[in-house]
Design a protein around this ligand. Structure first.
Ligand SMILES: *[C@@H]1O[C@H](CO)[C@@H](O)[C@H](O)[C@H]1NC(C)=O
Ligand SMILES: *[C@@H]1O[C@H](CO)[C@@H](O)[C@H](O)[C@H]1NC(C)=O
Length: 355
């Protein structure tokens, strides 16, 4: 084991305390898109729609801060972290410099990115997100020695929230009208996703929470532009197809890779249940974005220039693409606690208990 470097000498006591305190929970490393990003895009040169560090985003966040989360408050990663005993999700990689912070996890997600590196040009693509994780892993190794660093990574949870933007871009480019092309697209997408998982596994990751994709065709951005005002069925079909194939391939992979464990959540089923019986979940509006303008408030992005609703807890959609924190909370609860309907083969809670 490498001797602690001098900068680390002073910190060793506090780091050990952190490790002891955090024993009940596990570090969380996050990769993915705007459903998970909490500030990595803030200083990137990307289109406005890939940013959210301005009002009215964050209006219900502690201190009313627009952190770069695509939500009126917390996002799904925050809720999962809270169920694990953290006050909030791990900090964005873009601002994480302290080893102490890294030991509890880091968020690498970048709004607009996808599984394919060409999705969301200018954002932090998945390959780079994984490289950034490797950099953190290297720092842990330098500070703690290889064995300890490997142990920490093997006993961490990796949250992956992606594929949404790949499908949006494919739909915008092609209309997703050709069954054979759709099949080819999904196969390529899942192949690439499996490569990313293998890459993470090869760098020591063992426990994965994978969020599936939901009703992409129902976001206010699309329904407001659809003459009938209804959901885009072809895109919803594509999302379902992706989930079926991705889940089958992840399951296959896990039987091949020793020690790999996963929870894949059926976000599509969750959003179906909420959209079909919103009242059961305390939601009354599943169509209009809370913050925006035009039809369904879905024609423009949520910025300071548009209005927002006051009954945010009743709304499914916060803005033209993203849910409210109320819905992030409901879906995170389903993913975390429910092992029968919404998670395959185990819930996040079971995943973590087994670590
Ligand atoms: C992925 O990101 C890296 C770093 O920004 C970049 O060099 C690479 O070209 C990107 N890949 C694609 C296909 O855009
Ligand atoms: C708000 O509107 C002003 C004036 O039209 C414009 O200059 C500004 O860029 C807008 N801000 C955003 C965030 O869209």
């Amino acid at each position: 084991m490498a001797s602690p470097s001098s900068f680390f000498g002073i910190g060793i006591v506090s780091i050990l305390l952190v490790l002891t305190k955090a024993k009940a929970t596990v570090p969380i490393f996050v990769l993915g898109d705007s459903l998970a990003d909490n500030g990595n895009n803030n200083n990137l040169n990307v289109p406005l729609l890939d940013k959210s560090n301005f009002a009215h985003n964050g209006i219900d966040f502690p201190g009313r801060i627009a952190t770069g989360r695509f939500s009126n408050g917390f996002n799904g990663v925050d809720y999962i972290a809270r169920f694990l005993g953290f006050p909030i999700g791990p900090p964005p990689y873009s601002t994480t410099t302290e080893l102490n912070q890294m030991l509890r996890g880091v968020n690498f997600a970048s709004a607009g990115s996808g599984i394919q590196d060409y999705t969301g040009p200018g954002t932090i693509n998945m390959t780079t997100q994984i490289k950034n994780f490797q950099k953190v892993a290297q720092l842990l190794q330098q500070a703690l020695g290889q064995n300890r660093a490997e142990h920490i990574i093997a006993t961490s949870m990796f949250i992956i929230v992606t594929a949404n933007n790949d499908m949006f871009e494919y739909y915008f480019a092609t209309g997703a009208a050709n069954a054979a092309s759709n099949q080819q697209f999904i196969n390529n997408l899942v192949d690439r996703f499996i490569q990313h998982l293998m890459s993470l596994y090869n760098h020591g990751a063992r426990n994965f929470y994978i969020a599936g994709t939901g009703h992409l065709g129902c976001v206010p951005f699309l329904t407001s532009r659809n003459p009938g005002g209804t959901c885009i069925d072809t895109l919803n079909q594509l999302s379902m197809k992706y989930n079926t194939i991705a889940l089958a391939r992840v399951s296959q992979l896990s039987s091949r890779l020793q020690g790999m464990r996963y929870s894949y959540s059926n976000i599509y089923r969750m959003t179906s249940d909420i959209i079909e019986n919103p009242i059961l979940f305390g939601i009354t509006d599943v169509q209009n974005a809370c913050c925006g303008n035009g039809k369904f408030n879905g024609e423009v992005q949520c910025t300071t220039n548009v209005t927002y609703c006051h009954n945010r807890n009743d709304h499914f959609y916060w803005d033209w693409f993203h849910p409210t924190q109320a819905v992030y909370k409901i879906t995170s609860q389903m993913a975390f606690f429910d092992s029968l309907i919404y998670s395959t083969p185990i819930s996040i809670q079971q995943l973590v208990m087994g670590i």
